[in-house]
Design a protein around this ligand. Structure first.
Ligand SMILES: [Zn+2]
Ligand SMILES: [Zn+2]
Length: 326
């Protein structure tokens, strides 16, 4: 509930900030001519006009390759409908975020993850892999499912707060240094990306070449708490994409419609015409260029995402929530 309350309050205050959208900068980037990949063609479960009648499964599962999965929480369970990533190596399986619902009855994330890991292991499935649970950042729509994993055998759960996260990754020089972790024949790079939230991180997976950006960058209405940190984070991500081949930039929500620059308001339970999940390094570069032109925080509307500074009320609420829950 706490995130519902916070989201509701953010919604109220968002009304104040979006009224200045007449001044918003509008920027477009050219689309790709390439044929759409299965990931781009994927139609996600996107809620229902009447969630009481919704019989769809609580978790939509997309198998990208035999050891990489994208899971999406059903919008009828929680309007945030966050995306969760499961990356399986030969020794460990990484779960990035645990969704917006705690109840295993309503939202059986732990069981789903275990089933997928077993399926992937096939005959070798008798050997239990370590499940490593980390978070893109410490907003509750990304960690509500943690209690399902807590205390389970072979689970390492990194708590969603700055202290636990810094302790686990042991960054040399936050936010400019990166950390590599090994899942067994699968290397991940953890990149600090504060801005949307203080301890936000981005994960690069060398196998799929995905850049997993959480709420730092996704096809939606992206709130930025610390504008300067965000500018630097986006610049570092662009630098990273210039020295590494990145296939897709994948975030944690879809809030844009398929129409240019148009988003579903916060709280929407039904998104029949939503945008694609997958963004690209070109989108990041376009954002970086716009951010570098600005002297002051200002809303920027792109066709495929919108970046907006939090106002003073939203920042205060965020600080209170952080003080209470961390
Ligand atoms: Zn979120
Ligand atoms: Zn967030």
């Amino acid at each position: 509930m706490k995130h519902m309350l916070l989201a509701g309050l953010l919604f109220i205050f968002a009304g104040c900030s979006s009224s200045s959208a007449v001044d918003a900068r509008v920027s477009t980037i050219s689309g790709s001519e390439d044929e759409a990949s299965p990931l781009q063609q994927k139609q996600w479960l996107h809620g229902s006009a009447d969630c009481l009648l919704n019989k769809q499964q609580p978790i939509d599962i997309f198998r990208f390759d035999q050891s990489s999965y994208i899971l999406r929480q059903n919008k009828c369970l929680n309007f945030e409908a966050p995306f969760i990533y499961l990356l399986i190596g030969t020794e460990k399986a990484l779960v990035l975020d645990t969704g917006a619902t705690e109840s295993a009855d309503e939202f059986p994330l732990y069981e789903t993850v275990r089933t997928l890991i077993k399926q992937q292991a096939g005959q070798a499935g008798t050997i239990e892999k370590e499940i490593l649970v980390i978070h893109s950042h410490s907003h509750s729509d990304h960690y509500a499912g943690d209690p399902q994993f807590a205390g389970k055998p072979n689970v390492t759960l990194v708590e969603p707060n700055s202290r636990a996260m810094m302790h686990f990754f042991d960054f040399n020089d936050w936010p400019v240094s990166v950390v590599n972790i090994e899942l067994g024949q699968r290397k991940l790079t953890i990149i600090p990306t504060p801005g949307h939230q203080e301890e936000a991180i981005t994960i690069f997976d060398a196998q799929t070449k995905w850049l997993l950006t959480g709420d730092t960058f996704y096809p939606g209405f992206i709130y930025v708490k610390n504008w300067q940190d965000y500018q630097h984070s986006v610049a570092r991500l662009v630098e990273f994409t210039q020295s590494h081949e990145v296939s897709y930039v994948l975030g944690a929500h879809i809030e844009m419609t398929a129409a240019d620059g148009v988003y579903y308001p916060i709280g929407t339970m039904y998104q029949p015409n939503e945008a694609d999940l997958a963004l690209t390094p070109e989108h990041l570069l376009a954002l970086d260029l716009e951010l570098k032109k600005l002297d002051e925080p200002e809303q920027i509307i792109f066709n495929d995402f919108i970046v907006t500074p939090m106002n003073i009320f939203q920042k205060t609420l965020s600080n209170i929530a952080r003080w209470i829950f961390q």
